[in-house]
Design a protein around this ligand. Structure first.
Ligand code: C2E
Ligand code: CA
Ligand code: CA
Length: 871
């Protein structure tokens, strides 16, 4: 709005400079400018206040000068040669000069840059030369005017020259909005002054030139209102690039003396040669200085760049990672030395190949895929792990981070950061191996064997013969173990394992299921039954050669083998059980032989059927009971909790341990009501102990839950009911799970475990290390407690040999922040070792066997001598 008004006033003044309307417009415009400038000061951008103040002063002073001049011209018949208007105008010029200097100082980040000052000096010298040589003689030579008037008339062009130099300086180095407006405003003034002086003192053109003064004043007033963008990077202070054009422009002033000489010649007066020479030398000197500084700055920039490159190279050379840059077809570009060194290959090996050729053949597809994804998503960071084969043939694991910077002008490639994670991978593989292999023989354990069996079954097509399982139990092993000792037993087991592995084909799997039980998995053959029988025969023959133990004893091994051939509908558990049943038949038939399972065989296990019928009654008849084995805090030696263990008082067979009947209970589904009873009984007992006089300490109660129970939808209710009925707080109840991997619907099981934890109940992974609790399951199934299986604890012997596996499991548990319980602690050596290795809790025959409720409760009363802490 203000601008539009100003524009209208300027035009009105232009059209009729001397008339009433034009004069009024002129007065309004300059008065408005003055007011606007002072308002601009009040609202000036922080840091630009002094600049605005000086400009406002300049505008006011010049405006007053204009008014005074106008009044004098209108009243006096002959205006004086020098008037108060000149004083005001000169003051106005001075204020603009100071404003420009303030701006330059501020935008040079509060320092005077030499380059800019040289530019200004060059402009000043060149312009001054023009004035002195071409204009001054005329102005000074007019002796008809008083000397003061002549001197004042010279003063204006000199001030103009100073302004010109400063504007050149401003435009050359900085681009701020303030700078731009003020530069245009001053340029208008300069055009007016020089135009009137050099081109046309009057006429239409002259009128146009004198309007420049008004426009300039308006613009200068406007400069005080300018706002800089808040983004500091885009404001002033960034020196402009040195371009060829700028260098050329910089050389132009050197030509000015020549031009002046020509101009003098044209106008016919004799040039002042001394002056020209001095000016030329000055201009050349300044231009040289400027060029020299440019060269020096260029060199400094190159030095900085080189230093930065050396810095990066040093970092890259000494880093454990490597960076690989690929073109759009995944071929390495750039210097391959460091990468070749990192990969341990020849630099030549890098040439020609692409990413998938560099990596391990098994990972080539992954490499191609991730590269493809990187191409699709520029800028996104993609991560993967890849193996590469080193020059020495050993595979190495690398973590790779890919970023597509093909569009980046300075990179033009896909950048791949490679890190060596071989050690970490090895450690993971080792832990995985520990969790899946039998410590004594190194054979796959039950978990891995079942896993392989399941996979073999999954691969079985419709109508095709499935895998075959041979279940093997050494005959008379218990006798050797008992008479010759555990070491002899172990030695015999290792030898049996060795012979078994040698007797089967490479594609078959031999596993140790526990104790003296082994199993062989034969994956699909042409004639499964015949293959299995041939294998069984080979095994019997291989075992039959006598074994000489290190104690000098010679023993002959025989085994009973049960063979079960699977089909598409078989389950791992079913097939193993069939082979087991057949193995029992082989034993019953006289041992040292094999028997193939037949469909009728299971039902003929009459004893089993009978047991099943008895178990159905047991619950109703109240023949089940619970024993409680304490879990000790190794630090204090006090009972921190108990595990409820089921016993069956069979009317004829006496007290039966769960091993005997748990299989039947699970198969028949009886485990569900039995489990419900166990939960009720165990929580009720624990709640009662809580109330008992003398019991102060908190303790936990652990209840075993089988996979089958976890699969039943009622478990959550059963647990909640038991807690409700007993009044036991949920945090005191621990549910122990073993074979979580065997449940059919893993996601559902995981969800159920989460739901249980939400009740406040804690989850323990039982028999960890033997069972089905691989690392990946630990991640999937929520757990609070890890119970290390007793077969691991048995490796703590106090001998020189370090029980690596236990160390590994303790470490793993700690890393996952789980509470750790050692199971089956039988010796004081084990207890001390565990305590020294910060295993807090332990359970085992050394402290107490599973006890009847009354005996267990006694452990909680402080004054009762416990006898649990062996001295
Ligand atoms: P588990 O959960 O591993 O229980 C520990 C077993 O180790 C118990 O056998 C216990 O008597 C035995 N034990 C304790 N200390 C030692 C020791 O120092 N050395 C040796 N060699 N053994 C020790 P138990 O009572 O025969 O139970 C066998 C398995 O039956 C249990 O193994 C558990 O998986 C299952 N079980 C027991 N009660 C229940 C139950 O109520 N429900 C379900 N689903 N399973 C149960
Ligand atoms: Ca248990
Ligand atoms: Ca256990």
């Amino acid at each position: 709005m203000a601008i539009a008004v100003a524009a209208v006033l300027v035009v009105v003044h232009l059209v009729d400079p001397t008339g009433v309307a034009g004069t009024v417009a002129f007065l309004l415009a300059i008065a408005g400018s003055g007011v606007a400038a002072w308002r601009g000061v009040a609202r000036s951008t922080p840091g630009y206040r002094r600049f605005a103040l000086l400009l406002a002063t300049a505008v006011t002073s010049s405006a007053l000068g204009g008014v005074v001049h106008g009044v004098l011209a209108a009243t006096a018949p002959t205006p004086p040669a020098v008037s108060p208007a000149d004083v005001l105008w000169v003051a106005g010029y001075g204020a603009v000069v100071l404003a420009l200097l303030t701006l330059l100082h501020r935008e040079g980040r509060r320092r005077w840059d030499a380059e800019g000052m040289i530019d200004a000096a060059v402009a000043f010298v060149a312009a001054l030369l023009v004035l002195v040589e071409l204009v001054f003689p005329e102005l000074l030579g007019d002796t008809s005017r008083p000397l003061v008037a002549r001197l004042v008339s010279v003063l204006y062009p000199v001030l103009d020259t100073v302004l010109l130099a400063l504007v050149v300086r401003l435009v050359m180095r900085h681009r701020s909005r303030h700078g731009a407006t003020v530069a245009i405003g001053v340029t208008c003034w300069l055009l007016a002054d020089f135009g009137l002086l050099l081109v046309a003192p009057g006429g239409t053109l002259g009128r146009l030139f004198s309007a420049g003064w008004l426009v300039g004043t308006v613009l200068l007033a406007a400069s005080t209102h300018v706002r800089e963008p808040s983004d500091p990077a885009s404001t002033a202070g960034t020196p402009r690039e040195v371009t060829r054009r700028r260098v050329a422009v910089g050389l132009v002033p050197v030509l000015v003396p020549v031009g002046v000489q020509l101009g003098s010649a044209a106008t016919g007066h004799r040039p002042n040669l001394v002056l020209l020479a001095v000016a030329t030398v000055l201009l050349l000197g300044l231009t040289y200085l400027r060029a020299a500084r440019l060269v020096a700055a260029g060199q400094a920039a190159r030095d900085r760049m080189a230093s930065r490159e050396r810095h990066s190279a040093a970092l890259a050379a000494n880093s454990s990672d490597a960076v690989l840059v690929l073109d759009d077809r995944a071929r390495p570009i750039g210097d391959g030395r460091r990468l070749a060194e990192f990969l341990g290959i020849d630099e030549d090996g890098l040439r020609g190949g692409n990413l998938s050729a560099l990596v391990h053949p098994d990972d080539a597809a992954e490499a191609t895929a991730v590269f493809g994804r990187a191409l699709e998503r520029p800028g996104a960071v993609l991560e993967t792990t890849l193996r590469v084969r080193r020059g020495d043939g050993r595979p190495r694991w690398l973590s790779a981070r890919l970023v597509n910077l093909l569009g980046h002008a300075d990179v033009r490639g896909v950048v791949v950061n490679l890190g060596d994670i071989t050690d970490r991978k090895r450690a993971e593989e080792e832990l995985e191996r520990l969790a899946f292999h039998d410590a004594l023989t190194g054979l796959p354990n039950r978990a891995l064997f079942r896993d392989r069996l399941r996979h073999a079954l999954d691969r079985t097509g419709r109508g095709a013969a499935g895998p075959t399982v041979i279940f093997l139990d050494l005959d008379g092993f218990k006798l050797v173990n008992d008479s010759l000792g555990h070491d002899a037993g172990d030695e015999l087991l290792r030898e049996a394992a060795r012979r078994l592995a040698a007797a089967v084909r490479r594609t078959d799997t031999v596993g140790r299921l526990g104790g003296d039980e082994f199993a062989v998995l034969i994956e699909r053959g042409e004639h499964p039954a015949a293959d299995a029988v041939a294998t069984a025969e080979r095994i019997l023959r291989a075992l039959s050669a006598p074994v000489t133990l290190s104690g000098g004893h010679r023993v002959t091994l025989t085994a009973s083998l049960g063979v079960a051939v699977g089909d598409r509908d078989s389950t791992a558990a079913g097939l193993l059980r069939d082979a087991d049943v057949a193995m029992y038949r082989a034993k019953a038939d006289g041992k040292g032989r094999w028997v193939v399972h037949e469909p009728g065989m299971r039902t003929s296990a009459a004893a089993r059927l009978e047991l099943e019928a008895d178990l159905r009654d047991a619950l109703a008849a109240g023949r089940l009971r619970l024993l409680y084995q304490p879990v000790l805090d190794l630090e204090t030696g006090l009972a921190a909790g108990f595990e409820a263990l089921l016993r069956w008082q069979h009317p004829r067979h006496g007290t039966l341990a769960p091993d005997v009947f748990m299989g039947i209970a699970e198969e028949t589904g009886l485990i569900v009501p039995i489990g419900r009873w166990v939960l009720m009984e165990a929580t009720r007992t624990a709640a009662r102990w809580r109330q008992a006089p003398g019991v102060r300490r908190p303790f936990t109660m652990a209840v075993n839950v089988s996979a089958r129970q976890l699969e039943s939808p009622g478990l959550l209710n059963d647990v909640a009911d038991a807690l409700d009925a007993s009044g036991l707080e949920a945090s005191a109840l621990v549910l122990e799970m073993t074979e979580t991997m065997l449940v059919r619907d893993q996601a559902e099981a995981a969800e159920r475990l989460h739901a249980l934890r939400r009740l406040g109940v804690r989850i323990a992974i039982d028999d960890f290390g033997t069972g089905f609790s691989s690392l990946s399951h630990l991640r999937r199934f929520p757990a609070d407690i890890l119970k290390i299986d007793r077969s691991f604890i048995a490796t703590i012997t106090g001998d020189a040999e370090v029980p690596e596996l236990v160390l590994g499991l303790l470490d793993l548990g700690r890393r996952l922040r789980l509470e750790i319980v050692a199971e089956g602690v039988e010796t004081d050596v084990q207890r001390r070792w565990l305590r020294d290795h910060r295993c807090d809790l332990a359970q085992g025959a050394l402290f107490a066997p599973p006890l009847p409720a009354r005996d267990a409760e006694a452990l909680l009363v402080p004054m009762t001598p416990t006898g649990l802490t062996p001295s």
